[in-house]
Design a protein around this ligand. Structure first.
Ligand code: ARG
Ligand code: ZN
Length: 470
């Protein structure tokens, strides 16, 4: 009896306590705030907790004359916990209104965090729709490594790119590579301009008011850092790969002549990659050549890598195409895993050369060991400055060791297991993590299981070890 009485007394107190800790002021669903970051070791505030995005529908309106962007982002997401509020990442721009499930939602901003408080708490497992109306002149972000990303204006246009954290400068979202979603990116521009984005062009519509609307659709999931939007007076050409994948190339004025030869090889590179790495992971391919000097790098934006000026080095096209398998389809779980992108894309350059009468991968590997710049101009760079799987800080994730020593790790595996098992591993890795995310430890475990070899020494020395391996 006594026991029952106690329980009865305790129940309302417990309920009150739950309501208090959840910050709940009423209603029956008890949610709590979603985390403001995913605690990425390098970018702790990137991404947000408590939900996963299924789809982004971005409606962008851009006028190159004044540089103003008007955007509506409709984000469909699933709550992974009861949510009283959740965050989106957004840098700069002005938020004009937010709705959740069609109901106006309170929101506030602090730094790059947009906190949204729905009128009613969201239940765990609930699929919900957030609409954010926003606009302004998007900013260029300088990343920790000193490179420009975000939104960059060009001659008569602009480009949005986002590795690692620039996408939040042009649309609100869950900006961490681990949350992949499908996209519809619609861009409306004045007549005379092209607007290019990831995936396939579903419609090109004259809006009747002197503007054209380009509706781009990405059916395969994409990490937000791989999204792009490009506006300008581009020259568009289309073709198909030998196996029928549609190719869409957009080239900035003045870059056409120098781009012609490298871009003409793209279809053949897609076929080659499909042979080496397994089926091409997307339904479309192509390239975007920005005006020279727009960026200090090329980027593997999904289905259509961007190049800053004509990609006169064929290697660079191979590199960005190889990322479509490694980085875009198999994406990193965190920014620490960047070598899985860059090591593979660099190794692909070596393989392309090996398969096309150039140096073999073994020759490249040795050239880097000895610093032989006759084989590769970069062979004397400090690829041994830090272990590829542990860059010392966020400013280092795109540095030499991540690329070259990352490629050397792959070559060391090949030396240990032989060609047959190595290429089976490469194809298996791409197939088994297709359109998903993977970490370094996923890779090392997978490599040992798939090849049946103990590769601990390779990991200890080449992947995680400090100093120059020999
Ligand atoms: N991921 C690009 C590539 O190697 C390089 C980007 C480097 N710069 C940057 N800010 N993310 O293909
Ligand atoms: Zn790369």
């Amino acid at each position: 009896m006594e026991h029952r009485a106690l329980t009865r007394l305790a129940a309302p107190a417990v309920a009150a306590l739950i309501a208090l800790t959840a910050g709940c002021t009423g209603g029956t669903v008890q949610g709590r705030p979603g985390a403001s970051g995913l605690r990425d070791a390098y970018f702790p505030k990137a991404g947000n907790g408590g939900y996963q995005v299924d789809h982004y529908a971005l409606d962008l309106d851009y006028d190159p004359a004044d540089g103003e962007l008007r955007g509506t982002a409709v984000i469909t997401a699933r709550a992974e916990q009861g949510l009283s509020s959740f965050n989106l990442d957004l840098s700069g721009l002005k938020v004009e209104g937010v709705t959740v499930q069609g109901e106006p939602a309170r929101h506030n901003r602090a730094g790059n965090e947009l906190t949204v408080r729905p009128a009613e708490d969201l239940k765990k497992g609930e699929v919900f729709r957030v609409e954010v109306d926003y606009g302004g002149k998007p900013r260029t972000v300088v990343d920790p490594g000193g490179a420009k990303e975000g939104w960059i204006t060009t001659e008569g246009g602009a480009v949005g790119v986002g590795e690692p954290v620039g996408s939040m400068a042009w649309f609100p979202g869950n900006h961490h590579p681990s949350d992949k979603a499908t996209y519809d990116i619609t861009i409306t521009v004045p007549h005379g301009y092209e607007a290019v984005s990831n995936g396939e062009l579903r419609a090109r519509t004259d809006t009747g008011d002197g503007r054209t609307e380009f509706a781009w659709h990405s059916p395969e999931p994409m990490s937000s850092y791989l999204a792009t939007a490009v506006v300008g007076p581009y020259k568009v050409t289309t073709t198909k790969t030998p196996s029928g994948v549609p190719v869409y190339n957009a080239v900035a004025p003045g870059e056409e002549a120098e781009s012609a030869v490298p871009l003409a090889r793209l279809p053949e590179m897609v076929e080659w990659g499909s042979g080496r790495f397994g089926p091409y992971p997307f339904t479309t391919t192509g390239a975007i050549v920005l005006p020279k000097g727009t960026l200090t790098y090329a980027l593997e934006t999904q289905t259509k890598p961007v190049f800053s000026g004509a990609p006169v080095e064929e290697d660079l096209v191979v590199h960005e195409l190889a990322h479509q398998w490694f980085g875009d389809s198999v994406s990193p779980k965190s920014w620490k895993d960047m070598w899985l992108n860059e090591g593979f894309a660099t190794y692909a350059e070596w393989l392309w050369a090996e398969d096309h009468g150039g140096h073999t991968a073994e020759e490249y590997f040795r050239a880097f060991l000895t610093g032989d710049t006759d084989v590769d101009d970069d062979a004397d760079l400090d690829w041994d400055a830090f272990p590829p799987a542990a860059p010392p800080g966020p400013e280092k994730i795109s540095e030499t060791p991540v690329y070259y020593r990352g490629a050397m790790v792959l070559h060391r595996i090949r030396q240990e297991v032989g060609d047959a098992k190595f290429f089976d591993l490469v194809r298996g890795w791409a197939a088994d993590h297709r359109h998903a995310n993977a970490s370094t430890s996923d890779f090392t475990a997978y490599a040992e299981k798939r090849t049946g070899h103990d590769l601990k020494k390779v990991w200890d020395v080449w992947l995680y070890g400090e100093g120059r391996p020999h």
